[in-house]
Design a binder for this molecule. Structure first.
Ligand code: FES
Ligand code: FES
Length: 173
C-alpha cells in the first residue's frame, strides 16, 4: 500500500506516493523524474546512484526513500545546467574526467561531498573518497586531476593582508 512521503529534493518540497519499501533511486527517477541519478549495479557496488543526503554521499539504490524523508536530498540536477556548469562539472569536462553518463553523475556527487567537507584533499584522500565509484572503461588519473582542478576553482579567495594602521600624528606644541 502506498503512503505519502514528504521529501525535500534539491530544495523543493515534494509529496510522493510510495510503498514503505520504495527505494530512493526509484522514487527520484520515476516519481520525481530526476533521471540524472543513474542505476548501474543496483546492489551497492558501482556508485552510479550517489546522491547527497544532508550533505553526505549516499547510495540511493541501497536507501529506502522513507529513510530520506525530512532530510535534504541533493541530486546532480541541483549542481549546474548545460549552459552554466558547476565548477566540478566544468573541471570534469575540461580535464576529461567524465566519459560516460552512467558513472559521471556519481563521481560528481561524491566529489561534491568530498570538497564540501575537505576543500583541499590530497591524492590519497581523493582516492579514498572515490573508492566506491567505479569506472569500468578508463583509468582514474583524469578523474583525480579533475577533482584537484575543481578544488582549486572552489577554493576561497585568499584573504587580503590588512594594511598597517598608521600611528596618529603628534600635534606640535
Ligand atoms: S546502482 Fe547503486 S551502487 Fe550501483
Ligand atoms: S566512463 Fe563511465 S563507466 Fe567508465
Amino acid at each position: 500500500m502506498n503512503k505519502i512521503l514528504k521529501l525535500t529534493v534539491n530544495g523543493v518540497a515534494r509529496e510522493v506516493a510510495a510503498p514503505d519499501n520504495a527505494i530512493l533511486l526509484d522514487v527520484l527517477r520515476e516519481s520525481c523524474r530526476l533521471t540524472g541519478t543513474k542505476r548501474g549495479c543496483d546492489m551497492g557496488t558501482c556508485g552510479c546512484c550517489t546522491v547527497l543526503i544532508d550533505g553526505e554521499n549516499r547510495l540511493s539504490c541501497l536507501t529506502l526513500a522513507a529513510q530520506a524523508a525530512g532530510k535534504e536530498i541533493t541530486t546532480v540536477e541541483a549542481l549546474g545546467t548545460p549552459n552554466r556548469l558547476h565548477p566540478i562539472q566544468a573541471a570534469f569536462s575540461e580535464i576529461g574526467g567524465s566519459q560516460c553518463g552512467f558513472c559521471t553523475p556519481g563521481f560528481i556527487m561524491t566529489t561534491k561531498a568530498l570538497l564540501d567537507r575537505n576543500p583541499d584533499p590530497d591524492d590519497k584522500e581523493i582516492r579514498e573518497a572515490i573508492s566506491g565509484n567505479l569506472c569500468r572503461c578508463t583509468g582514474y588519473i583524469k578523474i583525480i586531476d579533475a577533482v584537484k582542478v575543481a578544488a582549486k576553482e572552489l577554493a576561497p579567495e585568499p584573504a587580503r593582508p590588512t594594511p598597517p594602521i598608521a600611528a596618529p600624528a603628534r600635534r606640535a606644541k
